[in-house]
Design a protein around this ligand. Structure first.
Ligand code: SF4
Length: 364
């Protein structure tokens, strides 16, 4: 997820305000300021390091054909002071910081986040489950808890560490609702648990889709499962009755900004029963740190395209598709016709609401 989307999303849904999320993207969104402060304090408490490859070596078989290992990444284990970011009554958490999925457009690698090590290194809040259990025990009102805004909660290391799963177990035991954002099919490992959360309270799974072309997907999102697999995940959620939201972002100018791509994704979303599409604009955002990485990827995979970006956009932060107006109408018309939410505020309101069924079960 680009910063623009995080910023806009945070206007509607700050529970995604993870303390430095996921940019992920993907995910969702957290207050970057709060996140930066949180991270800065945590850096002082780094207690250990371990080779990421030592815990992620078997991941390739889990997440799809185009997944590669991040052999040079490191892990930084820390004792965090806090796990939840409370903003306006909505709670968000980031268990990890940094991301190994390798999306070429990732805003989270931007210099403003002040990473002191490679973005592919993963900072792990090893005491996240304990912190979460303690804080939820003290909450009098149940609500939705979000994760996935600044780093994907189902990165390679999660297979071994299982911190996301442990936090989900705590959320289930505590009776809270859960909204999780990912690009990874590793989430299927926990589908039984997500199903239980949804039956008891509410669970919303958010998946990011940017391109219908899986070959292209392998270039722009190289270390995570491809779009076809993500659609299979959405279908499996639909079978369980777990509601889903799709982040249709970013749409990269001159790469995936076509009517064919947008419609192909939307048709699949409709088939998978996706409730809503989140898209803040047809384009991408680029800034220092993020831009250099993106341009290097363009040079590698799309020779000559970097020069076209520079001549078209210069150093602009907002990089909209030249077809943005047309593509936005295509998306809005499709969603209206198929009764899918496509306004961000609608989607966030839906994800923030915890149904009364919890209130009915909370007395037992
Ligand atoms: S690399 Fe991809 S999945 Fe990871 S935080 Fe960035 S955009 Fe999200």
């Amino acid at each position: 997820m680009t910063w623009k989307y995080k910023r806009e999303a945070s206007r509607f849904c700050t529970y995604f305000s993870l303390m430095l999320i996921c940019a992920h993207p993907c995910a969702l969104l957290a207050s970057a300021t709060a996140a930066s402060c949180c991270v800065a304090s945590e850096k002082k408490r780094v207690q250990g390091r371990a080779l990421l490859s030592s815990v992620s070596g078997k991941v390739s078989s889990v997440s799809g054909k185009n997944l590669k290992r991040s052999d040079k990444s490191l892990m930084h284990f820390i004792e965090a002071k806090g796990i939840l970011n409370n903003n306006g009554g909505f709670l968000g958490m980031n268990i990890y910081r940094g991301c190994s999925h390798g999306c070429i457009y990732c805003d989270s690698r931007s210099k403003c986040y002040q990473f002191t090590y490679a973005f592919e290194d993963i900072e792990v809040k090893k005491n996240a489950p304990e912190l979460l259990e303690n804080v939820l025990r003290s909450k009098r009102r149940k609500c939705m808890i979000g994760t996935g805004a600044m780093s994907d909660p189902y990165m390679h290391c999660e297979k071994e560490l299982m911190l996301t799963r442990k936090c989900e177990e705590i959320i289930y035991r505590s009776g809270f609702g859960f909204a999780v954002q990912t690009k990874s099919d590793m989430i299927l490992r926990d589908i039984d648990l997500l199903d239980e959360i949804n039956r008891q309270a509410k669970c919303v799974v958010q998946m990011t889709l940017t391109t219908y072309d899986d070959e292209l997907c392998g270039l722009i999102e190289p270390n995570v499962c491809n779009t076809k697999r993500r659609l299979e995940v959405l279908a499996k959620m639909q079978e369980r009755g777990i509601p889903t939201i799709v982040w249709l972002t970013p749409i990269l100018p001159f790469i995936n900004d076509t009517v064919e791509n947008i419609l192909a994704i939307l048709r699949e979303c409709y088939s998978a029963g996706v409730k809503g599409i989140i898209c803040f604009g047809i384009g991408v955002t680029l800034r220092e740190g993020d831009r250099e990485y993106f341009y290097a990827a363009l040079d590698k995979h799309f020779p000559g395209l970097k020069e076209k970006y520079i001549s078209t956009y210069g150093d602009a932060y907002d990089v909209p598709s030249v077809h943005s107006g047309k593509l936005k109408r295509v998306m809005e018309d499709f969603c209206a016709e198929h009764k899918m939410m496509c306004r961000p505020d609608e989607c966030f309101q839906y994800m923030n609401e915890l149904p009364e069924k919890f209130e009915q079960t909370s007395f037992f």
